[in-house]
Design a binder for this molecule. Sequence first.
Ligand SMILES: *Cc1c(COP(=O)(O)O)cnc(C)c1O
Length: 401
Amino acid sequence: MSGTDGPGTGTGGNGAEGLGADRPGRLGEGTRAVRAGLPAPVKYEPTLPGPVFAAHFHLPGDPTGPYTYGRDENPTWTHLERAIGELEAPGESGVETLVFASGMAAVSAVLLSQLRSGDAVVLPDDGYQALPLLHEQMRAYGIEVRTAPTGGDAQLSVLAGAKLLWLETPSNPGLDVCDVRRMVAAAHEAGALVAVDNTLATPLGQRPLQLGADFSVASDTKGLTGHGDILLGHVSCRDPERAAEVRRWRKIVGAIPGPMEAWLAHRSLATLPLRIDRQCATALALAEALAAHGDVTGLRHPGLPGDPSHEVAARQMRRFGSVVSFVLPDREWADRFLDALRLVDDATSFGGVRSTAERRGRWGGDAVPEGFVRFSVGAEDPEDLIADVLRALDEAAKGAG
Ligand SMILES: *Cc1c(COP(=O)(O)O)cnc(C)c1O
């Protein structure tokens, strides 16, 4: 296996090289995922060391790291950060990854560590529903917030003079896509940094750093950890100064993950390719089944050949994600559909092994029709899931009029 992990080369936990730069591109994604971030083997120690519960570490003398105080660093994070880094930028050294208590902690860390009063920032107007809260906060700090839709690369039209361009592609919940390479080229030309919220795609679907972005940011609450039982986020970036600023922000606000969450996340990474392959394949099959259904309009999934996003998505994505969105005739219709589903939980969030769906309009934050459904495809057998959806659509139609 990986030559860097040979027995006896261990430096005792955090000194391992993981699947480092000496083996670029030689391993498949499944192999990478099961080995990602593992320390060198130590006799009688587990393969993935258990969570380290520590507020402080033995620290005689000068207080030098890596492990001093639990808000700054933790060995369980170190393993996970290495693992995520190996998925974000395989075979590349020098990419730094920082884990956070949630996706919003990671998003805020980039925006609030990079922007100052008087700076301008460009964000999508159709992105994650908590972004408007951040707009408000940033405006209160004297930052100029500009917004434009994700589709059609519209954010480029308000880029002039901005310090940072924030992309979310595919966008949640509308599943629009922008051309990351094109946006990055224009932003860098204009002197702006680029951050991509990569939550929906996960690093197996899209690698923002390799598309040129300065920051890849995600809510790992969703597909990356995939079991709907923890909140987590991360930021990956190449520039050590930027990374230090994000790290400093994490220390200031203390938005740190618990060791148990970090360990569970690392454990879940091993099955990421299996889960994502299954979920993405079923999502496409479901989208195709819905495309043929008369009650469904506004169907979106970047993997559908006829989707307005497909061409751009196919150029920059390796998998198209587990989410399908569509519109049913009205609010009551959508509610009847959700009630009739037996294998799908009516719940928010997405990317988990159990399918979930919700009427997105119930939150009031997204600009979507009342009958808009965001459907997250899980790891169920595709025939079971699609049969359940088609049956629920029939039942929803029976209640009409
Ligand atoms: C869920 C989500 C977030 C926020 O993540 P939390 O883990 O809930 O804090 C940010 N961006 C996108 C695109 C999301 O879907």
